[in-house]
Design a protein around this ligand. Structure first.
Ligand code: URA
Length: 440
């Protein structure tokens, strides 16, 4: 007779390895409702403490990928590339780097997620454009990719359903921040989504799920190794999330900043990171025919000649969105209530607690408090100062936007606690920390 699930939990808790068969069975039984949440929670917690061997992680990823349908993109001409971020605050890179790469001829077929916890989600951002549809059928997804070379839709419910269930459970059992669990979650979805090549943006720092550089490097290595095993070229770029990316945090605010970036007018960090990510996708799709430096240059050209902005507009139109909002982002309007966060003392901004800023944005209405709650697309934060800037006592460091007064008050109080201000200017941190290739 096989082991009871309680015995497997004990086994894992004691630091012993689960077999391929046990993991497959576990994922199948949980997805089909045969393992209750309380037992799966205990198993996830045991994994958090004991980690997973490479064999266990591969088995878990493949079982999660196979828990639902997989997408077959083989009929699509050209090299298809998918990009995924492990989550951040103000991270609008998909909205910028995707259209840049598509303008350079890379086929971007992407299924994105919604905001989770303090992190934002591409689908929520896109839905802030009136009419924009993210619930495309498979046929529409394929048609749009073929027509415009780029489509970003929501993840369909039958793609890696095990991840959907496990993620919701992890979210409420303090088991999100586990390197193997993140790796299996991300890679099961990416493998199920069927692209030829995968670019991972692995964030690190106070606004990331994994806070240390060492942890993020390990996550990147484990994910690229899974990609290699599955026969998919996978590259990871480790990026600094010790402060929000750009100035805007919140859905329509971030679309506005992304549109500005595609017009060549984005903040320096947004431009730099998006050129790097788009360049990497162009390089990967080129299969060795273009150098990294040429790919990066192409990315810059596609912004300068306006073709990347046109790609975002084409994609928006193809998905039912009102393109005039990209041309004139003032149409998004401003939320009814605005508040200011000011510096409690003079000095340099030494550090920001970025996850706290993401949480404040959520409190304003830009994120969900429960799975069911709706989003206020206009809510969010525009930073007016960033790390390393000097501020006078009482000077404004951020503007908050909300359509609900109570939310504004509580977010403001929370936001004020997220800065460390001191007498000496902090050293400038690198934005792009490492590049890890499949099998490094
Ligand atoms: N993003 C995912 O898709 N899954 C995780 O577990 C964390 C970030």
């Amino acid at each position: 007779m096989g082991k009871r699930f309680v015995d497997l939990i004990q086994w894992k808790k004691d630091g012993k390895q689960l077999s391929d068969r046990e993991i497959k069975q576990m994922i199948m039984d949980y997805t089909q409702g045969r393992i209750p949440d309380y037992q799966m929670s205990a198993m996830l917690m045991a994994i958090c403490f004991q980690g997973m061997s490479d064999e266990e992680l591969t088995a878990m990823t493949m079982a999660m990928k196979d828990s639902g349908k997989t997408v077959d993109l083989s009929d699509i001409k050209g090299v298809t590339v998918d990009k995924h971020s492990t989550g951040g605050v103000g991270d609008k890179t998909t909205l910028v780097a995707g259209p840049i790469a598509a303008a350079a001829g890379v086929t971007i077929a992407k299924m994105s997620g919604r905001g989770l916890g303090f992190t934002g989600g591409t689908i929520d951002k896109l839905e802030s454009i009136p009419g924009f549809r993210t619930d495309l059928t498979n046929e529409e997804f394929f048609r749009n990719i073929q027509k415009t070379g780029i489509c970003i839709t929501g993840q369909s419910g039958d793609l890696a359903p095990a991840d959907k269930l496990l993620y919701a459970l992890r979210d409420v059992t303090a088991t999100v921040e586990s390197i193997p669990l993140i790796a299996a979650s991300v890679m099961s979805k990416k493998l199920a989504a069927g692209c030829d090549k995968i670019l991972l943006e692995v964030t690190t720092g106070s606004g990331a799920l994994v806070k240390t550089k060492e942890g993020s490097a390990e996550l990147a290595k484990r994910m690229t190794a899974i990609g290699k095993l599955a026969g998919k070229e996978t590259t990871a770029i480790i990026t600094n999330m010790n402060e929000p990316l750009g100035y805007a945090v919140g859905n329509s605010l971030e679309v506005s900043e992304a549109a500005a970036a595609l017009k060549g007018e984005g903040p320096d960090d947004v431009m730099e990171l998006c050129y790097t990510l788009a360049g990497e996708m162009i390089y990967m799709a080129g299969g060795g025919k273009v150098s990294s430096a040429e790919a990066r240059k192409t990315a810059e050209q596609k912004v300068n000649d306006g073709s990347a902005l046109n790609k975002l507009k084409e994609m928006t139109a193809a998905q039912g969105g009102d393109v005039s909002y990209i041309d004139n982002t003032e149409q998004f309007g401003e939320a009814a209530f605005q508040g200011e966060v000011t510096a409690p003392q003079s000095g340099y901004i030494i550090r920001m607690n970025t996850s706290g800023i993401g949480a404040a944005s959520g409190m304003l209405g830009a994120g969900r408090m429960t799975k069911e709650s709706s989003i206020d697309f206009q809510a969010g934060i525009v930073l007016t100062k960033k790390t390393g800037d000097y501020v006078e006592k009482g000077e404004r460091t951020a503007v908050l936007y909300a359509n609900n007064k109570e939310r504004m008050e509580s977010a403001k109080a929370h936001m004020e606690k997220q800065y460390l201000i001191g007498g000496s200017k902090p050293e400038k941190e690198y934005l792009i920390l490492d590049r890890i290739l499949s099998g490094d």
